[in-house]
Design a protein around this ligand. Structure first.
Ligand code: ADP
Length: 448
């Protein structure tokens, strides 16, 4: 079984486009008739919904931005009657006030379908046990993965995020073959399993990781420690939740399939909003083609990535690269744009350091500054203090420090203070998303 839905996942590009065009026309008509916000948007911009005949006309529509969701809080963007809304979720509120999203029964079916497709792409199969360590509750991750895994026929262990000791216990006792959680929490679990010396007692094969940006060095560390294949799952509450896109376990490093029969992606310039060609990095914008309760047209996700057609891939759907960051999370330091993932990416191939990192932002003498904190890898650290090894390891660390500092300067164009500390000193995820930026500017705190 290579696909959950082979027909739709491998539909020819021309048939897929036809389906998307039909669905878009249906959606545009629907939101115009049912959502005051969209009716006004069309009318104010002099756009007749009938003008939107297909995806080629999409660019005529203005973007829908997050502010529209806040202005219409809680339910004014809903296109279904409340009687048909069977579930509400909220975004986790990483940035600002939470926003509310709603689902009809059909939306939940679509959500489950795209998650089931994603799980199959990640290597999961019917009958495998999935330890679902995404948070259950208002966050879309827990229930989203739960319903999708059930639809596939997996045995779901709804443990939710956190409670690392319990996670380890169930990994051993239930012999879960797959786990889903944030990549930072997968690292927490891997480190704990290593500390407790139980790595050879667990049976994990696949890790489905998402909900926050991550890097190849985090992937390598999770895969090496837990002996799994780790793939990326991406999504956002506004569009449906996790399962908007997913990497295939057999196509590593080639991006994540966007299930574009449901979510049509565009990449646009972050300043001008102009559509960008295949392969160019910009803001990811989605139009929900089938969503009933809360459809969105040209939703500006703020996530920065690129999309491309992988001609040699198993599926016909477009792929997206990893998320470099959210445009509203971008730091501007002495005129240079900086995403924390650029620092994480620089750590790749540094066996001297772990994949954990943190950026501390300060403001001193009218200037913003960033300090990068990394950790010595546990292998190297355990060699420290041992006879004959000590001097050698210190020398290695000093050299790696210089090399990383140079790499950061070359890759990003900024000279940043680099602090190397012992393993375990950088904050870890306790179950959910990890904030890798400690911003001391507003607090007026001077770092120690
Ligand atoms: P919030 O905006 O409050 O974090 P969500 O829980 O809906 O709300 O999170 C969605 C966001 O999480 C996405 O817009 C994106 O920034 C981030 N995200 C989700 N999955 C991934 C992923 N696989 N890689 C990078 N970022 C991701």
């Amino acid at each position: 079984m290579e696909y959950f839905n082979s027909e739709l996942e491998t539909l020819s590009r021309s048939k897929l486009r036809k389906l998307q065009n039909e669905r878009l026309q249906w959606q545009v008509k629907r939101v115009y008739e049912r959502v005051a916000f969209y009716k006004n948007l069309f009318d104010e911009n002099g756009i007749d919904p009938k003008e939107i005949k297909g995806l080629d006309d999409l660019h005529k529509l203005p973007f829908t931005k997050k502010v529209a969701l806040r202005d219409n809080y809680p339910f004014a963007l809903f296109a279904s009657s409340m009687e048909d809304v069977v579930r509400l979720h909220c975004s986790s509120g990483t940035t600002g006030k939470p926003i509310v999203v709603g689902y009809t029964k059909n939306d939940i079916d679509v959500f489950s379908e795209v998650v089931a497709r994603s799980l199959v792409a990640a290597g999961c199969r019917r009958g495998m046990k999935l330890q679902n360590a995404y948070g259950y509750g208002l966050f879309t991750g827990g229930l989203g993965l739960h319903y999708g895994a059930e639809k596939l026929g997996m045995t779901v262990i709804p443990i939710s995020g956190g409670g690392t000791e319990k996670q380890l216990l169930l990994l051993q006792d239930f012999q879960s073959e797959a786990i889903c959680c944030t990549p930072s929490y997968a690292l927490t679990i891997a480190e704990a399993a290593q500390r407790e010396s139980i790595l050879d007692k667990i049976n994990l094969r696949y890790a489905i990781l998402g909900a926050e940006p991550w890097t190849e060095s985090i992937r390598a560390e999770v895969e090496n420690k837990l002996k799994v294949k780790a793939t990326n799952i991406y999504g956002l509450s506004e569009i449906i939740g996790p399962g908007v896109s997913q990497e295939d376990v057999d196509e590593p490093g080639t991006g994540s399939y966007i299930w574009e029969d449901h979510f049509f992606p565009e990449i646009v310039d972050k300043d001008s909003g102009e559509p960008l060609p295949e392969g160019k990095e910009g803001v990811l914008v989605f139009t929900t083609l089938t969503k009933e309760a809360m459809p969105l047209l040209r939703y500006w996700t703020n996530d920065i990535t690129s999309i491309y057609y992988d001609k040699s891939a198993k599926r016909t759907h477009v792929k997206m690269g990893s998320i470099i960051g959210r445009s509203d999370d971008m730091l501007i330091i002495r005129g240079v744009n900086l995403f924390h993932t650029q620092v994480g990416a620089a750590l790749e191939n540094f066996i001297e350091f772990s994949s954990n990192y943190q950026l501390v932002v300060t403001h001193e003498h009218t200037m913003d500054d960033v300090e990068v904190r990394v950790e010595i890898s546990d292998v190297l650290y355990s060699a420290l203090g041992k006879e004959n090894q000590d001097a050698l390891s210190h020398e290695k660390i000093m050299q790696a420090h210089q090399r990383l500092q140079r790499k950061l300067k070359d890759n990003i164009g900024l000279t940043m203070k680099l602090i190397v500390s012992v393993p375990g000193t950088i904050p870890r995820s306790e179950g959910g998303k990890l904030n890798r930026i400690l911003d001391l500017r507003k607090a007026g705190v001077v770092p120690v």
